[in-house]
Design a protein around this ligand. Structure first.
Ligand code: GTP
Length: 349
């Protein structure tokens, strides 16, 4: 399995990106619905003479128009989600409390759990849903009193049970959706053969490591490892054997490296390791150690031994302006230098 620390970095970067994009879409849709609803009910209530409700509804519609361009651009989507959700909750309470409003307006309270769960996630969404539903019930109780006849009891019971059902269902749905999304994202950034991260996030993670190295004034090194004559293993022992070799190498790297290091399968039989707080000499020593361990792997398929070696290019960031591509190119050149000189060696520069 992939190291937990590495897995969570990988997941969280993408998770935030996707979660925000989804919430932004829900929020924009909600602004449009609220704007149209505000105009419609504002006009209706104005004509019915319920001025207080009409003013709230027109104000909310105006707020949506102002908020829309900000929500499209903002990076603080959770702040805007709260800025829209809280007035929604209060408006529902106010509308339920208004003496002139029909008792059916309580139905709007049932929208709240779905809206809050989708906008704010299941934890905050659940907490706010419970508060907003209890609030709406308290207001309704204050306005209408306890249900007295069987019709009223049935009506109230229906509303409460429906509210509970929507609350539970939206929570369960949101939890399942979050999990499915995490699984999908994990698969998208992971090489399923070795369980190592693939190259998808390599640039983003390098940027984070580089920033930290510069801030802490620590060295940052990188190594690129390519297995030698790997094609022969596939050709002589079959593709499954080749796959097994790749898994063994991935295991070896995971076990040997520090948790702060990051290992990627860049493709084929090529692996990349990023090592924070590691100088060129230290990285070269580590690469030499890895080379020796790979050479010492006693791989056998159908009683035939399958010797394995690797060529490793090592480099260190030497200036703040050096990009990931620059380092990778240098490590790649070092690795090819090893290949050209008979393989099974390390070169650092
Ligand atoms: N089994 C298996 N083989 C793979 C996988 N990915 C790439 N390969 C094989 O790895 C081999 C790489 O071959 P080459 O690029 O010629 O490299 P090499 O044989 O290691 O030779 P040198 O790098 O020059 O030492 C190819 O045969 C690919 O099919 C994989 O996921 N599983």
């Amino acid at each position: 399995m992939i190291e937990p620390a590495q897995k969570s970095t990988t997941e969280s970067l993408l998770a935030v990106h996707h979660r925000d994009r989804q919430r932004r879409q829900v929020l924009l849709a909600l602004l449009v619905i609220t704007f149209l609803g505000g105009l419609f009910f504002g006009t209706l209530n104005w004509m019915r003479g319920i001025v207080a409700a009409a003013v709230i509804e027109f104000a909310f519609a105006a707020f949506c128009v102002v908020a829309y361009p900000f929500v499209r651009r903002t990076r603080r989507i959770h702040v805007w989600a709260l800025a829209v959700a809280l007035p929604w909750i209060v408006s529902v309470w106010v509308v339920v409390a208004l003496p002139a409003a029909a008792s059916s307006v309580f139905i709007w309270a049932l929208v709240l759990p779905i809206l809050l769960m989708f906008l704010l996630g299941r934890r905050i969404g659940l907490g706010l849903s419970v508060v907003s539903l209890l609030g709406a019930m308290a207001v309704a109780l204050h306005r209408f009193g306890l249900p007295r006849n069987p019709d009223q009891i049935a009506y109230t019971a229906n509303l409460i049970i429906a509210a509970l059902a929507i609350l539970v269902l939206s929570y369960v749905y949101e939890r399942a959706r979050e999990k499915a999304e995490l699984d999908l994202r994990y698969l998208a950034v992971t090489d399923t053969l070795t369980d190592l991260p693939n190259r998808t996030l390599v640039y983003e993670n390098f940027a984070g490591m580089k920033a930290l190295a510069l801030r802490q004034d620590k060295p940052l090194s990188l190594l690129l490892m390519d297995l030698d004559h790997f094609k022969q293993i596939n050709d002589q022992h079959g593709h499954d054997a080749g796959d097994q070799v790749l898994r063994e190498v991935a295991d070896l790297l995971r076990k040997r490296l520090r948790r702060s290091d990051q290992v990627y399968r860049m493709g084929g039989e090529e692996f990349l390791v990023m090592m924070p707080d590691t100088s060129l000499d230290q990285a070269a020593a580590l690469a030499e150690n890895l080379r020796g361990r790979i050479e010492a792997l006693d791989l056998r398929f159908n009683d035939q031994s399958a010797p394995l070696t690797a060529s490793i290019g090592v480099t260190q960031m030497t200036a703040p302006e050096e990009s990931f591509d620059t380092l990778l190119r240098r490590a790649d050149q070092n690795m090819y230098w090893c290949k050209a000189r008979g393989r099974n060696r390390v070169r650092a520069s």
